[in-house]
Design a protein around this ligand. Structure first.
Ligand SMILES: [Zn+2]
Length: 656
C-alpha cells in the first residue's frame, strides 16, 4: 500500500482553489489517496476535495466529537438543507426523480431520440403524459377506475375478488395472491380475511360508488353501518376459527385437497379468473387457517350479494388510492414529479431500464469492479470472524452460517443480470398503455401481477427473474433509496439512488469509499446474521437456526447486551454494530493507517445519518451514529476520547 501524506502547503493550494474556508481538522489529515478504481493512484482529486468541502460545511467543530459525534459531524446539516429535507437519502432519491422528469421532457421534445430504442420508451412517455394530463380532466374522480372494470353484476363474491386480485388486490374476505417463497420459487397463498384492516367509507368513496351502482335505500350513513356490521361478523368468524396468533400458519395443500376441504367455493373458477387458467389438481398452494376460510365462505354465500359487491368495490378503490404516490391522492396531483414517483412504483422494471440506459450505463463497469471487490473483502473478513467462533456456536450451525455467507449476492442497480434487449422487449410487450390515467394505472397493475402468476406457474427458465428483486407497486420509498438485504432472494440490492454522492463515487479515496460503502454493505451483510434473518438459509428457506442459537449462553448475552427498551427494532441495532465492526476490521486494522485516515473515514460514515430522521425500524440518526461508534474502540482512539466520555464508554457489547 502506498501512503501519501498531505503537505499542508500543498493542501492549501488545492483547497484554496475551492471556495470556502478550511477547518483545522482537515489540515491534520494525512489520508491515503490511492484509488481503488485505479490502483496506480490516479484518482480524480477534485471530486474528493469537493466532497471534503461538503463534509466540512456540515460540521460543527465547536462540538466535542467525544461527547456527541453526530453534533460534531452533522451539526450544520439542518441549517444547510432546511426542515423539509429528511435525510441524505431523500435528497438522493429526489435527484433520481428529477432525472426522470428531464428524460421524459427530452423524449417528448425530440421524438427522434426514441428511434433506436425499444417500444418501452414510447410506452413510458405515453403513460407519463396521460398521468400529467389527468389534472386537465374535469372529473378527477375515483369512479374513473370503476368504469374500466368489466361487467360484474353477475359475479359471485369470490369471482369478483378474483377479478380484483388480478390487480394485486386482496385485503378482505379471502386473500388469494402470489408471493415469493425462496430464491427460486413463487407460490399461490390463500389466507382468510384480515380482521385488523377495516374500511373507512369516506364521502369520496361513496360518491364513486354512487355513480356506479348504489340502491336508493342506502345513503352514506346506512351504508357505513351495514359495512360495519359485515366487518364485525367477519371478525367474529375469524377469531372463533383461528389459532389466535399473529403469524400466518401456512401449510401446503394441493388444489384437490383445497377443493375437498372447502367445497363451499368454486376455487377453480376463481383461479381461472385471477390467473387466466385453472390450476392442475396436484398444484401446490400455501393455505392459512382453512377452517376459518370455510366458515367465512358459508357466511358470505348467504349474505346480501349487492352489499358484498359494494363493499368489495369500496375496498378496491381505497386500495388503489393508497398505492404509494397515486397522484389522485396527492395534494399537488398529477404534476411531473408525482407522476414519475408513481411510475417508479407501477412500472418498476421498465423505469429502471430507462434509468440504466440513459444515466447509469456509463458508470456500471467501474462501479461493479469496486462494489464487488469491497464486498468480497467484507465476506472474506466475516468468514474469519465466523471461523474464529468466539461465541462457540455448534459446528453444524457454524457450517450453515458459512453457507449463508457464501450465498449472499450483490445486485447493483437492481436489474436482472446480463439480460438481453429481447428480455426487456418481451417484458413490456403485453403492457397496454391507453388514453387515460385510470386505464393505465390498472393496466400496469394487471401487467405486474400477471407476470407474478406466470412466474409461479412456469418458473424462471433463464434464471433472470430471481437475480434481482422485481419490486411491486407497494415498494416503500426508503427501500429504494438505500441498499437493503432481501432475505428471500439472499441478495443485497444497491439501488441507483445510493450510487452517487454523498455516499459513493468510484473515484473516492479509500477513507471516503470505505467510510460509507463498507459500513453500508457490512450492515446489510450482517442482516443475514441478525436476530431475525439468521433463520433463513442461503436459498431463502426458513430454517429456524435461532432455536439452537438461543440455547447458547454467549450468543444470548451478546444479544441482550444490545437490547434495551429504547431500540425500535433490535435487528437494526445488531446490524449497525456488527456491520460497522466488520467494516473496520476489513479496512482499518493497522493503527498507523487509522491515525492517518480514521477521522475522514468516520466523518464519511456520519453522512448517512446527518438528516437525523427516525422511522418505525430505526432510531434517529444521531442516536444510531453515536451508539454505534461508541461501541468501536477504534473511534475513541482516532479522536482521542478519554475513558468514560460518552463516545468511549467503559463497557461494550460483542455480537458477531
Ligand atoms: Zn438495516
Amino acid at each position: 500500500m502506498c501512503y501519501i501524506n498531505f503537505y499542508i502547503a500543498l493542501l492549501w493550494l488545492f483547497l484554496s482553489q475551492l471556495e470556502g474556508k478550511m477547518l483545522p481538522l482537515l489540515l491534520e489529515l494525512g489520508v491515503q489517496k490511492t484509488c481503488r478504481l485505479n490502483e496506480t493512484g490516479n484518482c480524480n482529486d477534485a471530486i474528493n476535495l469537493e466532497h471534503l468541502q461538503q463534509l466540512q460545511q456540515y460540521m460543527q467543530p465547536d462540538v466535542d466529537p467525544c461527547q456527541d459525534f453526530h453534533g460534531y459531524a452533522c451539526g450544520n446539516w439542518r441549517a444547510l438543507h432546511g426542515n423539509e429535507e429528511h435525510s441524505a437519502m431523500s435528497l438522493s432519491g429526489r435527484r433520481i426523480n428529477e432525472r426522470y422528469v428531464q428524460l421524459f421532457d427530452r423524449l417528448a421534445r425530440d421524438k427522434l431520440a426514441q428511434q433506436p430504442l425499444l417500444p418501452v420508451y414510447e410506452k413510458l412517455l405515453h403513460y407519463y403524459e396521460t398521468c400529467k394530463n389527468s389534472e386537465l380532466h374535469d372529473k378527477l374522480k375515483l369512479q374513473g377506475y370503476l368504469e374500466q372494470l368489466p361487467e360484474m353484476a353477475h359475479l359471485h363474491w369470490l369471482e369478483l375478488l378474483a377479478l380484483l386480485g388480478r390487480y394485486g388486490y386482496g385485503e378482505h374476505f379471502v386473500r388469494i395472491a402470489v408471493s415469493q417463497h425462496n430464491t427460486t420459487q413463487h407460490n399461490v397463498v390463500i389466507v382468510p380475511h384480515k380482521t385488523y384492516t377495516s374500511l373507512n367509507l369516506t364521502e369520496q368513496l361513496f360518491e364513486a360508488l354512487q355513480h356506479y351502482m348504489i340502491p336508493t335505500r342506502l345513503n352514506l350513513t346506512t351504508l357505513r353501518s351495514e359495512f360495519g356490521k359485515l366487518e364485525a361478523d367477519l371478525a367474529l368468524i375469524v377469531t372463533q376459527n383461528t389459532q389466535q396468533t399473529d403469524d400466518e400458519t401456512l401449510s401446503y395443500y394441493t388444489v384437490e385437497q383445497l377443493v375437498r376441504g372447502c367445497g363451499e367455493l368454486n376455487w377453480q373458477r376463481a383461479f381461472s379468473i385471477q390467473f387466466g387458467q385453472a390450476l392442475a389438481p396436484q398444484h401446490l398452494l400455501l393455505v392459512d387457517e382453512l377452517p376459518a376460510i370455510k366458515k367465512l365462505a358459508q357466511y358470505l354465500n348467504h349474505a346480501d350479494p349487492t352489499l358484498l359487491r359494494l363493499y368489495s368495490l369500496a375496498r378496491f378503490l381505497h386500495y388503489l388510492l393508497q398505492r404509494p404516490h397515486n397522484p389522485l391522492a396527492k395534494a399537488h396531483g398529477a404534476n411531473p414529479y408525482n407522476c414519475v414517483r408513481h411510475m417508479r412504483k407501477t412500472l418498476y422494471l421498465a423505469m429502471n431500464y430507462a434509468y440504466e440506459q440513459f444515466y447509469y450505463a456509463p458508470q456500471r463497469a467501474a462501479d461493479e469492479r469496486i462494489l464487488h471487490a469491497v464486498f468480497a473483502e467484507l465476506k472474506a473478513q466475516f468468514a474469519l470472524t465466523l471461523k474464529a467462533n468466539e461465541m462457540r456456536i455448534m459446528p453444524d450451525i457454524l457450517q450453515a452460517m458459512l453457507g449463508k455467507l457464501e450465498g449472499v449476492r450483490l445486485n447493483v442497480g437492481n436489474m436482472p443480470l446480463n439480460a438481453s434487449l429481447q428480455f426487456f422487449a418481451e417484458c413490456v410487450e403485453h403492457l397496454h398503455v391507453g388514453e387515460n390515467f385510470y386505464e393505465n394505472h390498472l393496466e400496469s397493475l394487471l401487467h405486474y401481477f400477471a407476470h407474478l402468476s406466470e412466474l409461479e406457474r412456469e418458473g424462471d427458465r433463464e434464471g433472470l427473474w430471481y437475480s434481482f428483486n422485481h419490486h411491486g407497486p407497494d415498494l416503500l420509498d426508503n427501500i429504494d433509496a438505500t441498499p437493503y438485504f432481501y432475505c428471500l432472494g439472499s441478495i443485497i440490492i444497491i439501488p441507483y439512488a445510493y450510487l452517487q454522492l454523498p455516499f459513493y463515487d468510484a473515484q473516492f479515496w479509500p477513507a471516503l469509499l470505505y467510510g460509507d460503502l463498507a459500513n453500508t454493505l457490512g450492515h446489510e451483510l450482517l442482516h443475514s446474521f441478525d436476530t431475525y434473518f439468521v433463520d433463513y438459509d442461503e436459498h431463502g428457506n426458513m430454517r429456524d437456526y435461532s432455536s439452537n442459537l438461543l440455547r447458547n449462553d454467549r450468543y444470548v448475552s451478546n444479544v441482550n447486551c444490545l437490547n434495551d427498551s429504547s431500540v425500535p427494532v433490535l435487528n437494526e441495532r445488531t446490524s449497525d454494530i456488527s456491520g460497522t465492526r466488520l467494516a473496520l476490521a476489513t479496512y482499518m486494522t493497522d493503527p498507523e493507517f487509522r491515525r492517518a485516515n480514521g477521522k475522514l473515514y468516520f466523518l464519511q460514515f456520519a453522512q448517512f445519518f446527518c438528516g437525523n430522521d427516525s422511522d418505525m425500524y430505526h432510531d434517529a440518526g444521531s442516536k444510531r451514529l453515536n451508539y454505534t461508534l461508541a461501541q468501536m474502540p477504534e473511534f475513541a482512539e482516532v479522536f482521542g476520547c478519554a475513558a468514560g466520555t460518552p463516545m468511549n464508554p467503559p463497557q461494550r457489547c460483542r455480537f458477531w
